[in-house]
Ligand binder design. Structure first.
Ligand SMILES: Cc1cc2nc3c(=O)[nH]c(=O)nc-3n(C[C@H](O)[C@H](O)[C@H](O)COP(=O)(O)OP(=O)(O)OC[C@H]3O[C@@H](n4cnc5c(N)ncnc54)[C@H](O)[C@@H]3O)c2cc1C
Length: 423
């Protein structure tokens, strides 16, 4: 069977590996110059390891990606970095029950309610009934207004913008249920793991074609004709792991009912700045949630407070990230404007920050990087099989109730391969 897979993120890489292990003839088309998709890395002269364009780690219970990493001899390394929140001009540790109890801006009653809600969600083994409620309604009711509006509402709004009021409580459950204090990372980052998977695919005869954007796919009696890099090739099965919108664009003849189902799916874009610094910015803090709506970036992640700066030529790496609807003008501002905005935010957090400490600033945009899951999302959840026989779709819109992530990309990639092998 000749299988074309479109997109060499972790979903496409995993499907390609499993299908080539099963002896199928696999061609993996990737538009960019490297595999890894949203988790791919940026390399710089003098750095031993690349670093992700978009900050990445795994949890200790991300079983699918951990198993795959061991299988390709690239096991994860685990750390216990610090998570904090920035609230009213100060940074507070926010990693444990003790940190919650010490947080000075909530009453004891609010802290107890918040702790009880988070503990309940962590222990709850099922999620389905929660999808009938919005996270906003559920959390306001369980935690009380003070706890919710101080901590969680700003984070929900920062992540989903105008969609925040519609996000369902099952999504929130998944975030709490899966989170672990220890975090995993890979030697040479996620790029290191992606490269290792590519090696395993090519050893089994699979083809990984970078710089090969798929421009067109036509359906003929003999199969699918895939056009990429001015060449046309024939396949028996085609699997799309790219955005749903690209899939819809390439298949205008899909039935209206199916199209309109997919068109209902909403998402937000990611905007991330990666600053290369001479000196650290935050003392010991890896992840900082910014609970202030007047500051444009929702999170700061000091990567080198988890991974030794020696891998990056002694530089310190700081991400500033946020999510925005595709129409937000901030997504289209120039790198120099965004750098200026980042400096303003860093000065608001630490007024002794010296901007000359920044040696480079990279801007990354991830269109449709974060799916939005409204109430009763299971009723509109897309399926892997499509109305066109032998054409499959698998992207982060399908991993519900889990939030997008490389672990779910691996799980989905394995599921896609199973569906293709045993329709
Ligand atoms: C800011 C941010 C932070 C994140 N943090 C984490 C984290 O800490 N941990 C974690 O596990 N996950 C994290 N994620 C999520 C994770 O990156 C994704 O869920 C996962 O990488 C999705 O993999 P994928 O293969 O489904 O899609 P993608 O990675 O989006 O891959 C799709 C691929 O398709 C390619 N493509 C597009 N068009 C074409 C075309 N026409 N022809 C050929 N190829 C094409 C793209 O170049 C891309 O390589 C984060 C994401 C973002 C945006």
């Amino acid at each position: 069977m000749r299988v074309a897979i479109v997109g060499a993120g972790f979903t496409g890489l995993t499907s390609a590996l499993r299908l080539s292990q099963a002896g199928e003839s696999v061609s993996l088309f990737e538009a960019s110059d490297a595999p890894g998709g949203l988790a791919s890395g940026l390399s710089r002269p003098g750095w031993e390891w690349p670093v992700e364009r978009f900050y990445h780690h795994i949890f200790t219970n991300d079983a699918a990606i951990i198993r795959l990493a061991h299988e390709v001899s690239w096991p994860p390394l685990f750390f216990h970095p610090e998570t904090s929140v920035y609230f009213e001009d100060r940074i507070y540790p926010f990693d444990s029950v003790l940190d919650l109890l010490r947080f000075p801006h909530l009453s004891l009653a609010s802290k107890v309610r918040m702790g009880a809600t988070l503990g309940f969600l962590k222990a709850l083994p099922f999620w389905k009934p929660l999808e009938r409620f919005t996270a906003d309604r559920f959390l306001r009711f369980t935690m009380g207004s003070a706890g919710y509006t101080t901590i969680w509402e700003p984070l929900l709004i920062g992540k989903f913008g105008p969609f925040a009021p519609s996000v369902n409580a099952a999504w929130f459950w998944a975030r709490v249920f899966k989170r672990t204090a220890r975090l995993g990372y890979f030697r040479r980052g996620f790029q290191g793991l992606a490269d290792q998977i590519v090696d395993s695919i090519t050893k089994r005869g699979g083809r990984v074609l970078t710089n090969h954007p798929v421009e067109n796919v036509s359906v003929s009696k003999k199969g699918f004709v895939v056009r990429s890099a001015s060449r046309e090739q024939l396949f028996d099965r085609v699997l799309f792991t790219t955005s749903t919108s690209l899939f819809l664009r390439l298949f205008p003849a899909l039935p209206d009912r199916y199209r309109s189902g997919l068109q209902q799916l909403a998402s937000v874009d990611a905007l991330v700045l990666l600053l290369v610094l001479r000196k650290p910015f935050m003392e010991g803090v890896y992840w900082l949630n910014v609970l202030s709506r007047s500051l444009p970036f929702l999170v700061l992640i000091e990567h080198t407070n988890m991974i030794d700066s020696k891998y990056y030529g002694g530089n310190h790496l700081l991400y500033l990230g946020t999510y925005l609807p595709a129409t937000d003008p901030l997504l289209h501002r120039s790198p120099s404007f965004l750098r200026h905005l980042a400096i303003r935010q860093l000065l608001a957090i630490r007024n002794d920050f010296d901007p000359s400490n920044i040696t480079s600033c990279f801007v990354f945009r991830g269109p449709q990087a974060q799916p939005v899951v409204p109430v009763s999302y299971s009723s509109i959840l897309p399926t892997i099989s499509t109305p066109i026989p032998n054409l499959y779709l698998g992207n982060m819109n399908l991993v519900y109730p889990w939030d997008r992530g490389t672990n779910y990309a691996v799980e989905l990639g394995e599921k896609l391969a199973r569906v293709i092998l045993h329709p």
